[in-house]
Ligand binder design. Structure first.
Ligand SMILES: Nc1ncnc2c1ncn2[C@@H]1O[C@H](COP(=O)(O)OP(=O)(O)OP(=O)(O)O)[C@@H](O)[C@H]1O
Ligand SMILES: [Mg+2]
Length: 242
């Protein structure tokens, strides 16, 4: 079976800023992969390069075995790739229901939309409790669930998550990680980028470390998480403390 995502030699430039450097990255079908990197490492640029939101200067991207290099984001979205953007970008004045329905803009069949809505509410019961509330009144954690739900409404096979833990209290981060686990158990392939390494490692199968646009380390999550460089840089543990 083809990989969900197979990116090779991907580069992104913004003028003279070289934001993504020769990145090779793979997400197998049903796998949860995390890219961990500090502020400004190029995480969002990398996701954008995969979803078509950011033009790449060289490299290739395959989605489910099909070459999507250079396709516009709207076309890629119709190929069952969905991205949950950094900062969630829900529409605050619209209700939870309206936000969810917007996620299904690629789904033409109304009865299918209804089924997707039911499935999404079943996965995130809190969203049915808040169904008719303006999304802006939800807590940060609830807004992240809504952002996940909106992405699921487009029937993705592959989901890109940009820093889902951002700005959340530790308790809410746990909730969000639990939701990602739930989504993954449905068989979706998930690529997430995070600064919060410890949260991300808890849910991923494989991990990549991104530093100044380039991959510096990769492997099964247990190996990456126990690498001394990662312990020191991302998990706040100095060598002599382990
Ligand atoms: N539209 C843009 N124009 C110019 N430079 C950009 C643009 N977007 C990002 N950059 C630069 O590219 C580099 C990578 O940025 P990017 O947002 O991809 O990093 P990130 O890892 O997502 O950071 P953060 O953790 O802050 O979200 C940074 O140096 C950033 O300043
Ligand atoms: Mg970012």
């Amino acid at each position: 079976m083809a990989d969900a995502i197979d990116a090779r030699g991907v580069n992104v430039h913004y003028g003279r800023v070289h934001a993504v450097r020769d990145v090779d990255l793979r997400v197998a079908r049903g796998e949860v992969v995390v890219v961990v990197g500090p502020n400004g490492a190029g995480k969002s640029s990398l996701l954008g390069a995969l979803s078509g939101l950011v033009p790449i200067s060289s490299g290739t991207v395959h989605l489910d075995g099909a070459d999507i290099t250079g396709l516009p984001a709207q076309r890629i979205a119709r190929l069952n790739l969905s991205q949950v953007p950094e900062g969630r970008r829900i529409f605050a004045p619209l209700t939870v229901e309206e936000n969810l329905r917007l996620g299904a803009y690629t789904v033409r069949d109304n009865s299918r939309v209804k089924t997707l809505l039911e499935e999404t509410l079943e996965m995130f019961p809190i969203l049915s409790e808040r169904f008719r509330s303006p999304a802006g009144l939800l807590s940060g954690g609830e807004q992240q669930m809504l952002a996940f739900g909106r992405a699921l409404m487009s029937e993705p096979r592959t989901l890109l998550l940009d820093e889902p833990s951002m700005g959340l209290s530790p308790a809410l981060v746990d909730q969000v990680i639990e939701s990602i686990r739930k989504i993954a158990s449905g068989g979706l392939s998930i690529l997430m980028v995070e600064q919060n390494a410890s949260a991300a490692f808890g849910v991923a199968n494989r991990a990549y470390i991104l530093d100044q646009g380039g991959i510096t380390l990769q492997g099964p999550v247990d190996e990456v998480a126990s690498d001394p460089r990662v312990l020191e840089a991302f998990l706040g543990l100095a060598d002599d403390a382990v």
